[in-house]
Design a binder for this molecule. Structure first.
Ligand SMILES: [Zn+2]
Length: 141
């Protein structure tokens, strides 16, 4: 489907690619460790996957979550599946901090503060090792 953005393009910086899904990092300056697991085929709803595929999907989401928790020790991980504008099931995996721009509201809500630039820089600096941590989780499976 050439008219589908997520068939044409990865939808972010690819950190891991599997047969059924890929993990990408979203380019968001306020959330440098914002990842998405995107199902490669057109599947609109989670319950459209069969039981085994649902299991594989959520194990992969849990692997990303685990890598983020280990490397960042955030206040919370947010998992969300919205997908109202693309026909690809995807899960957002977002580490949250008490000082992030939107906390405790969802990242899509109105910003409540500006995070200190030095803090953001320090979090951005962890991105390369995060990519390695995520890759290790999938290599170990
Ligand atoms: Zn598509």
């Amino acid at each position: 489907m050439s008219d589908c953005e997520l068939c044409r393009e990865p939808g972010g910086l690819v950190v891991h690619r599997a047969a059924e899904w890929r993990v990408v990092r979203v380019a968001d300056p306020d959330f440098p460790a914002f990842y998405r697991l995107i199902w490669n085929a057109h599947v609109a709803e989670f319950s459209d996957l069969d039981r085994a595929a649902r299991q594989r999907c959520m194990e992969a989401v849990a692997a990303v979550e685990g890598a983020l928790r280990e490397a960042l020790a955030p206040a919370k991980i947010n998992l969300a599946s919205l997908g109202n504008v693309v026909p690809h099931l995807h899960w957002h995996v977002i580490p949250r901090y008490a000082d992030d721009a939107h906390f405790p509201a969802p990242v899509w809500a109105q910003a409540q503060r500006t995070t200190d630039e030095a803090v953001l820089q320090a979090r951005r600096a962890l991105v390369p090792q995060l990519a390695e941590a995520i890759a290790r989780r999938f290599a170990a499976r």
